[in-house]
Design a protein around this ligand. Structure first.
Ligand SMILES: [Zn+2]
Length: 333
């Protein structure tokens, strides 16, 4: 059996999808929001995953319990404990403010709560976090532009970039170009979702219209060899989440996953869990799958570090942790 305790970096995880049913029920009670079930088992049944469109429904129903600054903070601290237990001390989680804002929670409440959580995660668990809030593409682009402005304001508190998420196959990236320009001018990086449920054209647009520094997924670049070569040549890191790709039907089986082809083409790939509770994934589980598909623990770490949006002192510290780790033991199976 492989030793999965090796150091990891998680660049593709949605905080709203890390909340355990017990905590969802607690938030629901406290905020007087009805959930589709009243027990842990009932919620687990409701969340059982079946396809991307159904996933969006589950997401909206369950995340509607998040209302207050203290809720957002709690989500981060809970998840940081999970990360530390998996050997991960640096992560760039996403969160999606458009939905709570649409339900009446002020932007500031959302950003303050998550950033408070990052401070506490560092103190309690030694986990360093940088956020890449996610523009929900199903909302009008103006909401995305507001998100970008708020993200820039929280740069000093740990927001390092922005993302674009939601129904990729229904809403292309180009209308969000202005939001990404606002973020870029404010010193933030870009790591949108592309090439998951939509094909190579979505990746092309993420690169050309949003000036993506990194891609969430990007796996469908394998359908276009020229594009794949460009990702390799430009050193665009793809944050690949094999098990979530299986759950959403992007791949029919893990054996057919594009990760080996991406690596063979020289594309650097970080490995992430995407939606741990909602899709029953974990950073350790996805990392194990990636190793089976030909990645190595050390390369996963180094590829992620190459794509990370952290400041240079943090990068140097993470690099030193990787350089001094005995990866030989991690590679033994
Ligand atoms: Zn994602």
């Amino acid at each position: 059996m492989s030793d999965s305790g090796y150091p990891k970096i998680e660049l593709h995880v949605h905080l709203e999808a890390t909340i355990r049913p017990e905590r969802l029920l607690e938030f629901g009670r406290r905020n007087d929001v009805k959930l589709p079930a009243r027990s842990v088992a009932g919620l687990e049944r409701f969340c059982r995953f079946s396809g991307f469109d159904r996933f969006i429904v589950v997401w909206v129903k369950t995340t509607s319990v998040l209302r207050r600054r203290s809720d957002f903070r709690r989500v981060v601290v809970d998840y940081a404990a999970d990360l530390a237990a998996q050997g991960c001390f640096y992560a760039e989680p996403l969160f999606s403010p458009s939905e709570p804002v649409n339900r009446g929670t002020p932007w500031q409440e959302v950003f303050e709560g998550y950033c408070d959580g990052a401070d506490e995660a560092r103190e309690l668990h030694g986990v360093e976090l940088r956020f890449t809030p996610d523009i929900t593409r199903n909302f009008p682009p103006e909401i995305g532009e507001q998100l970008a402005e708020w993200a820039v304001r929280y740069r000093e508190r740990g927001v390092a970039g922005i993302s674009l998420g939601g129904s990729e196959h229904r809403f292309p990236p180009a209308p969000f170009a202005r939001a990404f320009a606002i973020a870029r001018e404010g010193g933030l990086k870009a790591a949108p979702h592309a090439g998951e449920t939509a094909g190579p054209a979505s990746i092309r647009s993420a690169l050309d219209d949003l000036h993506a520094d990194r891609l969430r997924h990007g796996v469908r670049a394998v359908e276009d060899p020229v594009l794949l070569a460009e990702l390799a040549e430009r050193g665009i890191v793809c944050d690949v989440t094999p098990v979530s790709n299986l759950r959403t039907g992007v791949v029919r089986s893990l054996d057919e996953h594009p990760l080996p082809a991406m690596l063979a083409a020289g594309v650097r790939c970080s490995i992430g869990s995407d939606d741990p509770v909602l899709m029953q994934t974990s950073l350790t589980g996805d990392s194990d799958v990636a190793v089976r598909l030909g990645h190595t623990p050390r390369a996963m770490y180094e590829h992620a570090l190459a794509g990370a949006f952290c400041d240079e002192p943090t990068r140097a510290r993470l690099k030193a942790a990787g350089d001094t780790y005995d990866w030989g033991a991690a590679a033994d199976t």
